[in-house]
Write a protein that binds this ligand. Structure first.
Ligand SMILES: [Zn+2]
Ligand SMILES: [Zn+2]
Length: 312
């Protein structure tokens, strides 16, 4: 026998939210997820009137769900949305997701801009993997370094000042533990969600889904018929992140709500660590090669390119 939704008392429940004990019907569940994202946006002043928001959309479930949610909750109010997509150039993997993104955006009526590694750096991710001098240079770190640059440039090219990414609560908590165990205290401070402007164009990065469990985003995507790429990246390295994901999910099973508690503690720690002097007064330099903002005389993108193609 199916049970009734504890919110509206009318429809059959499809989901038991373990950490709160609520039973939710499809409609109330969708509403509650969107409400959570809306609350996160306002709690950390992520989007202001007149902002132009570039949503980084890869074709995975988190990013398409983010676009869908932002489109629903910002409907009618100012900020303009544009979807930006990076084509890393991974044969047999990227093409499927580029099509998914293109169709999804055109159904939502959102402009989609694509930039490829090949066009921007002269080499695709497939090329980079062939050129990499040693397997010790992680594929995800090369890809991540290039992708962050491509996303910044895409956002700038469409006049956006806000970049929204689909990171969820699980990602956020995992990242904290990765940084904690790596001894990287500075990064924990950087992770405080109130956006800090960077670059000459004053870009800001936001994570509107960071207070939502990954599990609930998967259910949201299924309930909303959001198509997403299921194929895994062939270069994905089995990182420590997978271990933390498994540990945290096991803990959550026996102690519902524990990830959310951890999230709240991390917020407080990050806020304390986000000391204004270390973050804001840190002198920004320009990269001697590409002239973009950098904390060293040569930025990480140019250093990676040098490593791959020995340009000098
Ligand atoms: Zn209901
Ligand atoms: Zn550079």
């Amino acid at each position: 026998m199916s049970k009734q939704c504890s919110k509206c008392g009318k429809n059959n429940a499809i989901y038991l939210r373990h950490y709160s004990g609520e039973l939710l019907c499809k409609k109330c569940f969708i509403k509650s997820v969107e409400y959570k994202a809306k609350k996160t946006l306002s709690k950390f002043s992520m989007i202001n009137h007149g902002d132009r928001v570039a949503v980084a959309v890869s074709g995975g479930k988190d990013s398409l769900t983010l676009l869908n949610i932002l489109k629903n909750i910002l409907n009618g109010v100012k900020p303009e949305l544009v979807a930006i997509t990076v084509d890393e150039g991974i044969q047999g993997y990227r093409d499927e997701s580029l099509d998914i993104v293109k169709n999804f955006c055109s159904n939502l009526g959102v402009e989609n801009r694509i930039l490829s590694f090949k066009k921007l750096f002269g080499l695709s991710m497939d090329d980079a993997m062939e050129l990499r001098p040693s397997k010790k240079v992680s594929s995800c770190s090369i890809c991540g370094t290039f992708r962050r640059r491509a996303i910044d440039l895409l956002a700038e090219s469409c006049g956006a000042n806000v970049i929204a990414t689909g990171h969820n609560l699980d990602d956020y908590v995992q990242t904290f533990f990765i940084n904690l165990f790596a001894g990287d205290i500075e990064r924990i401070g950087w992770a405080y969600p109130e956006p800090v402007e960077y670059g000459s164009g004053g870009l800001k990065k936001i994570k509107p889904l960071m207070e939502i469990y990954e599990k609930e985003l998967v259910l949201y995507a299924i309930q909303q018929n959001i198509p997403f790429q299921s194929e895994e990246c062939p270069y994905k390295d089995e990182s420590i992140r997978t271990d933390f994901r498994n540990h945290l999910n096991n803990l959550e099973k026996s102690h519902p709500g524990i990830k959310y508690n951890a999230y709240n503690s991390i917020l407080k720690i990050a806020k304390k660590l986000k000391t204004t002097d270390s973050m804001i007064s840190q002198e920004r330099k320009k990269c001697l090669v590409c002239n973009r903002d950098s904390s060293n005389s040569i930025c990480s993108v140019c250093r990676t390119l040098d490593l791959l193609i020995k340009r000098n």
